[in-house]
Design a protein around this ligand. Structure first.
Ligand SMILES: Cc1cc2nc3c(=O)[nH]c(=O)nc-3n(C[C@H](O)[C@H](O)[C@H](O)COP(=O)(O)O)c2cc1C
Length: 354
């Protein structure tokens, strides 16, 4: 029996198969960070995945920083997301929301009036990002959060998890990689704090651990997962010991019966992220990066991971589950339309025509 097509229980989440759609920012929300009708159609088309992890979504206005990305912090967003989750559920699918606070990886050009760019310390990320208003721009110099403000951000995530449930999501995933706020706290280069959220590695993982605990407390640990990629340098992240950092976070949340850990291969030579989390994590694993149907199946057969997530293949293959099941060829994505507004390269990839 092909394990990929077997059901799986991850915490409170009952997956019909082990093919997971990885979270992907596609920049099709409106200018107020509200999900659009196009997004309803896009996720509906992909509902045969065992689990959809919807794109990185800001838990607060401060958490926005890219073009046309969605939020989950007001009623308009909740009702718009409700259409997405209803459409996926009507097709028999399961969908969780990835909560992504970009922290310092942000430009004021992509933020609403009054929203701030915040980080553990006032250290700018040396990267540029795209804005509709001004093209490629430098990231903002971030405001270093006070201790009380850090705790307020934890509460923002708690509220976002509650709103995600109100919007019909089956759970949430905390984005702890790619140089966004949780990883900015975890990495020694971007966190120079002297309070309980900085310094030792135990202190640096305190922020994501508190966020996970708050979300587990408010919606149930079995509906909360988190994503890591040890040693990921994306968005100007430097960490003196990525292995120690990843282990510290797993240990800090070991008492929470979380739904899953979504683990990506590490870009660091010699760092086997899958082996590392198999040794230290107490929860089930969704593995990611660079899989096709065959390698995914082989990995599950060999006992590495309980489910496999696919990112790029899901861009061009809305019916990825059916294509893998029937050994159909996979379509290739068009990179040019990954982040452009509109239906082209988004909802117009057809399912396999029989
Ligand atoms: C267009 C695009 C947008 C992405 N956005 C996110 C995101 O919002 N959150 C996240 O955790 N990863 C994001 N990723 C990474 C994917 O989730 C995934 O880890 C990556 O594509 C590798 O998996 P793959 O080899 O199956 O594509 C994005 C990837 C792509 C291609």
């Amino acid at each position: 029996m092909n394990l990929l097509f077997q059901p799986l229980k991850l915490g409170e989440l009952n997956l019909a198969n082990r093919i997971v759609m990885a979270p992907m920012t596609r920049s099709r929300a409106d200018e107020n960070a509200v999900p659009t009708e196009l997004m309803v159609e896009y996720y509906r088309q992909r509902a045969s995945a065992g689990l959809i992890i919807a794109e990185g979504t800001a838990p607060s206005a401060d958490g926005l920083g890219y073009c046309r990305t969605p939020g989950i912090f007001n009623e308009l967003q909740v009702s718009a997301w409700r259409k997405v989750t209803d459409a996926v559920h009507a097709e028999g699918g399961l969908i969780v929301l990835q909560l992504m606070h970009v922290g310092r990886a942000a430009s004021r050009y992509n933020k609403p009036e009054g929203a701030r760019t915040v980080a553990p310390s006032a250290i700018r990320a040396n990267v540029q990002l795209y804005s509709d208003a001004a093209g490629m721009v430098d990231t903002d110099e971030p405001h270093a959060l006070t201790t009380e403000e850090v705790q307020a951000v934890v509460e923002d995530y708690r509220r976002a998890a509650i709103l995600a449930r109100e919007a019909g999501f089956d759970g949430v995933e905390l984005h702890c990689t790619s140089g966004y706020l949780p990883m900015q706290f975890m990495a020694s280069g971007s966190n120079q704090r002297t309070d309980q959220y900085g310094g030792s590695v135990a202190n640096r993982v305190r922020f994501p651990a508190e966020v996970l605990a708050a979300m587990a407390d408010s919606i149930g640990a079995g509906r909360v997962g988190y994503r890591m990629c040890p040693g990921n340098p994306y968005n100007d992240i430097v960490d003196e010991d990525p292995v120690a950092t990843a282990v510290a976070l797993m240990q800090a949340v070991a008492d929470l019966p979380l739904a899953y850990l979504h683990i990506m291969r590490s870009p660091v030579t010699g760092l086997d992220a899958f082996a590392l989390v198999e040794e230290h994590s107490t929860v089930q694993l969704i593995i990611n990066d660079g899989f096709d149907g065959e390698s995914a199946e082989r990995s599950l057969d060999n006992g590495h991971g309980q489910a496999v997530s696919f990112g790029r293949h899901y861009v061009a293959n809305p019916d990825l589950v059916e294509r893998l099941r029937n050994a159909r060829p996979l379509a290739t994505l068009n990179r040019k339309t990954l982040y452009t507004a509109g239906a082209e390269g988004y909802t117009d990839y057809p399912a396999w025509a029989v």
